[in-house]
Design a protein around this ligand. Structure first.
Ligand SMILES: Cc1ncc(COP(=O)(O)O)c(C=O)c1O
Length: 396
């Protein structure tokens, strides 16, 4: 009889269960919205990245449906063979305009945009200087590049400077940061890192996955928010969060984009977006330009909810964005807090190691433009009740 060569996975899963890190996937029964039905329970949804509610926006639906009727459901090929449709090119033109760069290229996801870019623009003789909390897709891209990876403590520009100063000037050196850090909601120190990159001749790259549609004029991201146009060589964004659809992109110089179209492996070796996805992204960019009130509402809700959590005594870290972590320490506490909140009618995912450091487990909350005040007030009441029950906060 053949022994199962994968049986060691059972031990790994048992270990995850023992550490309180085993996760059962929650399933949406209906649309991705601020008030949703998850596992057949009506909940206030504080877990999605649907910052502006665009997953269900009428214009995006309409344009996606039209594109299916006109162009079919799939692109049928990778971009470099037969999978480049006019609508992909139009989307790239609009993204470049939106980000105020010469050109842009779309990838299948934000993950492949980061990993495909970092791994193709650098090689084994180069150096990558990376914030310790940068997204996994940056880390994987850095590993794939075979460049030497130097990690600096979170947001510590002085430490980044010490690292860069010690590197050989005749090598390519990339400084890379998230624009908004996805688990903490704080911002990368973009102006100071751009100064460092300018002074020491480094390539500057930012991953604005959580900033596009949220920060800057009409949601142009942290580069716009900090007035850093022309000083960030590589801007990555996602179409899967505030934009409400799916995909990622890189915006930068024409040469950068041309190079990525020749060398970035996800662009070369994975089929391009269905036309309906590209159409919905184009509609989303139009919405960002024509409905700025959505972004205003996102920020009003963010201020309201964040102030509420802080007033209750939760540890919300240093967030400056609609992502507000409720940091509790142990993974088991975070998972219990999340489960109890769910029972009360609030969906806020518990997050533990390895997504965040050991001892920094949390429940992560994200408000959106489409939450009502009543929904957010209800969520705060639930946090108060369950937080006291689990002694995460004290009775006031
Ligand atoms: C900071 C950051 N970068 C990149 C990504 C990847 O984006 P996508 O979901 O479009 O692959 C994410 C999403 O989880 C993210 O949080």
């Amino acid at each position: 009889m053949r022994l199962d060569p994968l049986r060691y996975l059972d031990d790994e899963l048992t270990s995850l269960r023992e550490q309180g890190l085993y996760r059962r996937l929650r399933v949406l029964d209906d649309e991705q919205k601020a008030h949703a039905s998850v596992d057949h329970r009506a909940v206030v949804n504080l877990s999605s990245n649907n910052y502006l509610g665009l997953t269900t926006h009428p214009l995006l639906r309409e344009r996606a449906a039209d594109a299916i009727q006109r162009f079919g459901v799939g692109s049928g090929s990778v971009r470099t063979i037969a999978g480049t449709m006019e609508i992909h090119v139009e989307l790239e033109r609009k993204l470049a305009e939106f980000k105020r760069t010469e050109a842009a290229v779309v990838f299948q996801s934000g993950f492949t945009a980061n990993a495909g870019t970092v791994s193709s623009i650098l090689g084994k003789d180069d150096f990558i200087v990376s914030d310790e909390l940068n997204h996994a897709s940056i880390i994987d891209g850095a590993r794939l590049s075979r460049a030497t990876i130097k990690v600096f403590p979170h947001r510590d520009v002085a430490a980044a400077r010490t690292i860069v100063e010690a590197l050989p000037r005749d090598r390519r050196r990339l400084i890379i940061t998230d624009g908004v850090f996805s688990m903490d909601g704080d911002l990368g120190p973009l102006p100071a890192l751009c100064d460092l990159a300018d002074e020491l001749g480094c390539i500057m790259m930012v991953d604005d996955a959580h900033a596009s549609g949220v920060f800057g004029r009409h949601g142009r991201g942290t580069v716009d928010h900090f007035g850093m146009h022309g000083r960030v060589d590589v801007q990555v964004g996602t179409l899967s969060k505030a934009i409400g659809s799916l995909g990622g992109y890189v915006a930068g110089s024409r040469a950068l984009i041309d190079f990525l179209q020749h060398r970035a492996r996800p662009f070369l070796f994975s089929t391009s977006h269905p036309p309906s996805v590209a159409a919905s992204c184009l509609a989303a960019i139009a919405v960002l330009e024509t409905e700025p009130a959505l972004i205003d509402r996102l920020w009003e809700n963010t201020r309201f909810f964040k102030a509420g959590l802080e007033a209750l005594g939760f540890n919300t870290g240093n967030s400056q964005s609609p992502i507000t972590p409720v940091i509790v320490g142990e993974a088991a506490t975070a998972m219990t807090l999340s489960d109890r909140l769910f029972e009360e009618g609030v969906f806020a995912q518990g997050i533990g190691f390895p997504t965040v450091a050991q001892g920094k487990a949390r429940v992560r909350t994200i408000v959106t433009a489409t939450h009502t005040r009543e929904e957010l007030a209800f969520a705060l009441d639930c946090f108060a009740k369950v937080g006291r029950e689990l002694s995460v906060i004290r009775d006031s």
